[in-house]
Design a protein around this ligand. Structure first.
Ligand code: NAD
Length: 420
């Protein structure tokens, strides 16, 4: 089998923490190039790829140049949300003009910051006629994939389809300033993380043999709040943490979001996803997933792994993330995830993308799925702003930009009601 030459554009946290390590479990692919505006990041990532045995990549600071590299067959877009459309345009233009020969392109979550940008992304990839993958790692989590298989095969076949998926991802807050800046990121915690839960729930509620678009979203309701990071103490901490870049006393974004989405199945039954997320959950990264059917149930809690360690108050040392992503303590009885790359689905996600491109097939998660997730996220913001359940798609979705992204949202909005 031919090997796939992969190029990464954006070599920051997610690439260095997860993606290049995940490539150790991917066959038939080599990381041939890495590109970052910061040359030293591209160089250190390239050196790490070599150390890990996943490639000996060339380094670039210009993505158009990387796209023209004949050793690069597919590009992984892992730049921040605000740089998505410009980077996708640069890559697809090279392909359209015949200067780059690519088979595929993948993009990190969320596909875009709003519906207008998501549709631009879809338009570009269509014009360039590229296979495209959307990096939603949770639908590749081995526990989720196995749980879905067991429940649908044994439970749904005798008792009927599942009707409720409860999904959440939470942690104590992101690592880089741009995530906290809703105009650059697209929103707050809801935009950043509920995208995962939306897609994990849709995956669980869709039968294995059903087509991807089998569930039609019919109604969306949501609420957002700032419970921790706009209080005076944490406004100060956030300012300090972001070296003065972020001031939540002036331009806050939500650190908590919850939503429910009602879907209609092909046989006109209604099923529900109940979703929540936050940047104000202290213990560390936690993905919590449940699927409920008439006579069966499934539960995944990544902070309840098989291993826990204990350190007494006498043990002191450096702060770190050696037990679990975004851990907030080093003492006491603590959960440990020895292989987060696999547990969170990164390894299987990259393997699937590579294998799909080598076989000339569209992956199971595409930019079309990513665009639907953006439509649902924006509907959530719209519902939260109006404090109202909305039919999907709501009027005005195409041009909608959340108040948080415009800098006009106020945490007090959460106590506004429609019945005053
Ligand atoms: N799947 C997940 O769970 C997960 C986790 C973290 C991040 N992400 C997503 O991955 C993306 C990157 O996140 P991150 O945490 O690595 O961010 P980051 O800020 O740590 O890294 C981004 C990198 O992109 C570079 N960059 C910015 N603009 C560029 C451009 N035009 N060309 C080349 N390089 C450019 C920056 O210099 C930086 O090194 C985000 O969209 C984020 O939402 C996904």
């Amino acid at each position: 089998m031919k090997r796939l030459g992969v190029g990464f554009v954006g070599t920051g946290w997610v690439v260095n923490t997860y993606h290049i390590k995940a490539f150790q479990g991917v066959r038939h692919a080599d990381i041939k190039a890495v590109c970052d505006l910061k040359e030293e990041r591209a160089k250190s990532t390239a050196a790490r790829c070599k150390e890990l045995g996943v490639g000996n990549p060339k380094t670039y600071t210009d993505v158009s140049e990387m796209a023209r590299d004949p050793e690069v067959d597919a590009i992984w877009i892992t730049v921040p949300n605000f740089a998505r459309t410009a980077v996708a345009k640069a890559i697809t233009e090279e392909v359209i003009q015949g200067k780059a020969e690519l088979v595929g392109i993948v993009c990190e979550k969320p596909l875009a910051r709003n519906v207008k940008e998501a549709r631009q992304m879809l338009e570009m990839v269509k014009k360039a006629d590229l296979l495209n993958g959307y990096l939603e790692n949770q639908v590749f989590m081995p526990s989720l994939v196995k749980g879905k298989e067991i429940l649908w095969k044994r439970g749904a076949s005798t008792a009927g389809r599942p009707y409720l998926a409860r999904c959440s991802e939470e942690h104590g807050g992101p690592h880089e300033a741009w995530f906290w800046d809703a105009s650059r990121q697209g929103g707050g915690a809801l935009n950043d993380m509920l995208c995962h839960s939306i897609e994990a729930a849709r995956f669980l509620l869709t039968a294995p043999e059903e087509e991807k678009q089998a569930l039609t979203p019919r109604a969306v309701s949501a609420e957002i709040a700032s419970l921790k990071w706009s209080t005076p103490r944490y406004v100060g901490k956030l300012k300090e943490q972001t070296r003065g870049q972020i001031d939540y006393s002036k331009k806050p974004a939500e650190d908590m979001g919850r939503a429910s989405i009602i879907y209609e199945t092909k046989s006109k039954s209604l099923v529900m996803s109940a979703l929540s997320t936050s940047w104000s959950f202290v213990p560390g990264e936690r993905i919590y997933l449940e699927l409920v059917g008439p006579e069966y149930y499934m539960q995944i809690d990544t902070l309840n792994p098989e291993m826990k360690v204990f350190f007494s108050r006498e043990v002191k040392g450096e702060k770190g993330e050696h037990l679990v992503e975004k851990q907030a303590a080093e003492q006491g009885f603590m959960p440990v995830l020895p292989n987060e790359i696999s547990v969170y689905g990164y390894m299987d996600e990259h393997r699937h993308m590579v294998e799909s491109f080598l076989k000339g097939r569209m992956p199971i998660e595409t930019w079309k799925d990513g665009a639907l997730v953006v439509e649902l996220l924006m509907s959530c913001y719209m519902s939260a702003e109006k404090n109202k359940k909305l039919s999907f798609p709501p009027t005005g979705l195409e041009d909608f930009v959340p108040k948080v992204a415009k800098g006009t949202w106020k945490p007090e909005d959460v106590i506004k009601t429609n019945f005053e």
